[in-house]
Design a protein around this ligand. Sequence first.
Ligand code: SF4
Length: 258
Amino acid sequence: MIKFSKGNVKLQRLKSVPSLAKYFAKTGRSTKKVYSFDLLSGFSCPFADKCKSKVVQINDRRKVVDGANCEFRCFSASQEATYTNVYNLRKSNFDAMRSIKNRSGMVKLLNDNLPKDAGIVRIHVAGDMFNLRYFDAWMLVAVANPNVLFYAYTKSLRYWVDRLNIIPDNFILTASRGGREDHLIDEHNLREAVVVYSEAEAEKLGYEIDHDDSHAADPTKRNESFALLIHGIQPKGSKASESIKQLKKDNVEFSYSK
Ligand code: SF4
């Protein structure tokens, strides 16, 4: 059994983006909605590096463990440590998807459980494309649902590169810099999102800061790179945690979701 989740606070902001209005059109009595589909953070992210953290369960306690190269702790891993229901849901989704050994089985499970009123689906607030079969399954789900917009951040860049010329129009990808295969971003000129520690850093890169996920989701921006301000609970004393203190002091909006 798998379950899609109602979009979090940040994702709900997509409803106010004019270019995405058609995905929230009314059908009959209901209005289309935004959902996410999530997996267990870290465990499902084979190419995560600077962001890599995961939750380990010791007896009945859960704890975030940062990867060796962690520079900014995975926000969704922190959620999994705090909220039992969130952890259980993502674990159950991940267990279900990785237990399927063929692409058609994955497509069927995702399609059968895709909410009927889905207008936009963020593939993974938590988790990543854990193998090529799973990546392909999502592409096929997008093909089967041309009126739904699917989008994902990914560090599993080799799967994207493998399918570069056959990505469906309603399947919008962003390379999330900070993974083990960042060189593919430059080699293939992939559109990217970069975590920055300040507004000045984004400006230096020449990237707009995304506050509502519209840069990631909007098909008209599919080739525009952008920045994300550091957020989440960061390790004490790290550069990331000091930056968050400064952002708070400067009254900069940087945290959007629950
Ligand atoms: S790829 Fe995403 S979900 Fe995975 S560890 Fe990094 S930030 Fe967390």
